[in-house]
Design a binder for this molecule. Structure first.
Ligand SMILES: NC(=O)c1ccc[n+]([C@@H]2O[C@H](COP(=O)([O-])OP(=O)(O)OC[C@H]3O[C@@H](n4cnc5c(N)ncnc54)[C@H](OP(=O)(O)O)[C@@H]3O)[C@@H](O)[C@H]2O)c1
Length: 244
C-alpha cells in the first residue's frame, strides 16, 4: 500500500494532487489549518484519508505531522504544498515577515521532520511545491520570490546531505508558473494562467516518475530557460509587474 502525506491540501494545488493520488489508490494524510476543508475532502473517500489540522508556523507542527504519519500507518511520499505569497511593493513589514514565517520557517519545520522520518525508516520520496518565482528576485514580491529561491536551495542541500549519509531519499522540486488558486485571488491579471486540476495531474505524473526538478508547464520551461540568462544589469531595469 502506498502512503502519502500532503501538507497544504485544504485548497489549490495540494488538494488537486491529493485527488489524483486518491484515484491511483494511495492512502493519504492531509493537513492544513482549516479543519472544515479537511473534513470536506475526507468525506470524498473516508477509507483512504486521514486528516490533521496544523499550522506550519507553530512549533507543535512537527509533532502534529508525526501524529498524521502514524494515523496513516507510515509514509512513502511527503509533499509540501503549504505556502503563501503576496505582491508587496510597499514592503509592508508584516506581509514580508509572515511570508518568511510560512515559506521559510514552516518549510524547514515540515521538510526536516519528513527527512528525519525517512532517515529513520529506510528512505522515501520528499517533494515540495516551490515556484518559478525563485528564478530571480522579483521587485513586486520580494519575500515571495526570495523564499521560493530559499526552498530550491534547501532541497539541493538536503539532497547532498542524504547522499553524504547514504540515505535512500528521492527529492522532487516542483516549480509551477501562474496557477488559478486562492493564492492569486487578488483581483490582478496574471498571464498564462493554468488550471489547478491540470497542474495537479502534471504533478502526480512527475511524482510517479520521481522527477527531480519539474517546471510546469512547457511554456514556463521556455520562459525560465531564457529568464536565467538575463544579466543583472538588464534584469534590474525590466518592468516586471502584473496589472492591478
Ligand atoms: N498559484 C500559483 O500561481 C502558484 C505558482 C507557483 C507555486 N505555487 C505554490 O504552490 C503552493 C500551493 O499554493 P496554491 O496556489 O495551491 O494556493 P492555496 O490554494 O492558497 O493553497 C495554499 C495551501 O497552503 C496552506 N497553508 C498556508 N499557510 C499555512 C500554514 N501556516 N500552515 C499550514 N498550511 C498552510 C493552505 O491551507 P490552510 O489555509 O487551510 O492552512 C492551503 O492548503 C504554495 O507553496 C505556492 O507558493 C503557487
Amino acid at each position: 500500500m502506498k502512503r502519502a502525506i500532503i501538507i497544504g491540501a485544504t485548497s489549490g494545488i495540494g488538494q488537486e494532487v491529493a485527488k489524483c493520488l486518491l484515484l491511483e489508490g494511495w492512502q493519504i494524510g492531509i493537513a492544513g489549518r482549516r479543519q472544515s476543508a479537511l473534513e470536506t475532502l475526507q468525506r470524498v473517500a473516508p477509507d483512504q484519508i486521514e486528516i490533521q489540522t496544523l499550522d506550519v508556523t507553530q512549533e507543535d507542527a512537527a509533532e502534529k505531522l508525526n501524529i498524521l504519519i502514524n494515523k496513516v500507518g507510515g509514509m512513502d511520499l511527503f509533499l509540501l504544498s503549504s505556502g503563501i505569497g503576496f505582491q508587496n511593493m510597499k514592503l509592508d513589514m508584516e506581509v514580508e515577515l509572515n511570508t518568511a514565517r510560512t515559506n521559510v520557517e514552516g518549510f524547514i519545520r515540515m521538510v526536516d521532520t519528513a527527512f528525519a522520518y525517512f532517515r529513520k525508516n529506510g528512505g522515501g520520496h520528499l517533494a515540495v511545491i516551490s515556484s518559478i518565482a525563485g528564478t530571480k528576485g522579483l521587485g513586486v514580491a520580494p519575500a515571495y520570490s526570495a523564499t521560493k529561491r530559499f526552498q530550491n536551495t534547501y532541497i539541493d542541500a538536503l539532497e547532498q546531505l542524504a547522499h553524504l549519509q547514504k540515505l535512500k531519499i528521492h527529492f522532487t522540486d516542483i516549480r509551477p508558473g501562474f496557477v488559478s488558486t486562492d493564492l492569486l485571488n487578488d483581483g490582478k491579471h496574471y498571464p498564462m494562467l493554468m488550471k489547478a486540476e491540470k497542474v495537479g495531474r502534471h504533478i502526480a505524473d512527475a511524482l510517479k516518475h520521481k522527477r527531480r526538478v519539474v517546471v510546469i508547464d512547457w511554456r514556463y520551461r521556455i520562459l525560465v530557460f531564457f529568464w536565467k540568462m538575463i544579466p543583472r544589469w538588464i534584469w534590474k531595469r525590466l518592468p516586471v509587474k502584473t496589472n492591478g
